[in-house]
Design a protein around this ligand. Structure first.
Ligand SMILES: Nc1ncnc2c1ncn2[C@@H]1O[C@H](COP(=O)(O)OP(=O)(O)OP(=O)(O)O)[C@@H](O)[C@H]1O
Ligand SMILES: [Mg+2]
Length: 259
């Protein structure tokens, strides 16, 4: 028995999509998607450009609604029609565009849009204390909460975006990261991957990436999408590069070693 089967028998999924479909005009972006994600696992979501990855996570984070199909969260059917619905369930998404305010400090960025106020005044002390806790969760190399975000490294900036997306507000249960290493150098990507692994110890994580090496390194399983359909679900301990690429391309076999 491989470990995917192990998963299926021993644990109940935290989130399942059943028959998920979504069309944009003439484009079938998602076509009858069935997918399970378990707690304490990192699931890589792979696929070529236009395969439907972002559409799928947008359906889970409330940016899009599915035309057909259902989403089950902790075994119950849920309706995710706006970002707040996802947030209230503990589904936290960190988009590729980090949307940070460069000239503002770390604490201000962490609480942007979710500031604590009392009698109309910002509760700076409370936010500072909580920001410290968030940073300790992230085990980041950021030295000071008062540092301007634009002066942080790319990896550290990602940590701030992850901290804000994941740890502020409702307790996280499922964390979705859309291309968190895109545009980062090797060292900075390592910092994000370390953080991802850390989060995968405690929460369910969906990790979208085009980098198959990173996917093999951090994910236990992978779902490969091709033209809006699930082309395969793989156990990363057993999957090989060629197999993944052939699923991404919608062909049975890829010839050659260079992929
Ligand atoms: N808002 C939209 N309106 C029309 N078509 C859309 C919209 N969003 C996505 N699509 C189409 O749906 C398909 C899936 O797109 P999606 O962005 O989900 O792909 P992706 O796997 O995230 O690709 P990439 O790796 O390039 O980010 C594509 O053909 C895309 O052009
Ligand atoms: Mg995308």
């Amino acid at each position: 028995m491989n470990s995917s089967e192990n998963h299926d028998q021993k644990r109940k999924p935290i989130l399942s999509i059943r028959g998920g479909s979504k069309r944009f005009g003439g484009i079938q972006a998602l076509d009858d998607i069935n997918l399970d994600i378990y707690g304490n696992e990192i699931l890589a979501l792979l696929g070529d450009n236009g395969a439907g990855k972002s559409t799928l996570i947008k359906a889970l984070s409330g940016a899009h609604t599915l035309d057909e199909g259902e989403i089950l969260f902790e075994g119950k059917k849920v309706n995710i029609s706006k970002p707040e619905d996802a947030h209230n369930l503990g589904i936290k998404t960190v988009y590729q565009d980090l949307a940070l305010f460069g000239i503002l400090d770390v604490t201000t960025n962490l609480f942007a849009g979710s500031e604590y106020t009392r009698w109309g005044f910002l509760q700076k002390k409370k936010m500072g204390k909580e920001a410290q806790t968030v940073l300790s969760h992230l085990k980041t190399t950021i030295k000071s909460l008062h540092q301007e975000v634009r002066s942080l490294s790319g990896g550290q900036q990602h940590s701030v975006a992850i901290g804000r997306g994941v740890f502020i507000g409702h307790e996280p249960k499922l964390i979705i990261m859309d291309e968190p290493t895109a545009g980062l150098g090797v060292k900075q990507s390592r910092e994000v991957l370390r953080l991802l692994k850390e989060l995968g110890q405690k929460f369910a994580v969906i990790f979208i990436t085009h980098n198959l090496e990173y996917a093999s390194e951090v994910a236990q399983r992978a779902v490969v999408l091709c033209s809006g359909r699930v082309a395969g679900v793989l156990d990363m301990a057993e999957a090989n590069h060629n197999q993944i690429v052939s699923l991404m391309m919608g062909v049975d076999q890829v010839v050659g070693e260079s992929v």
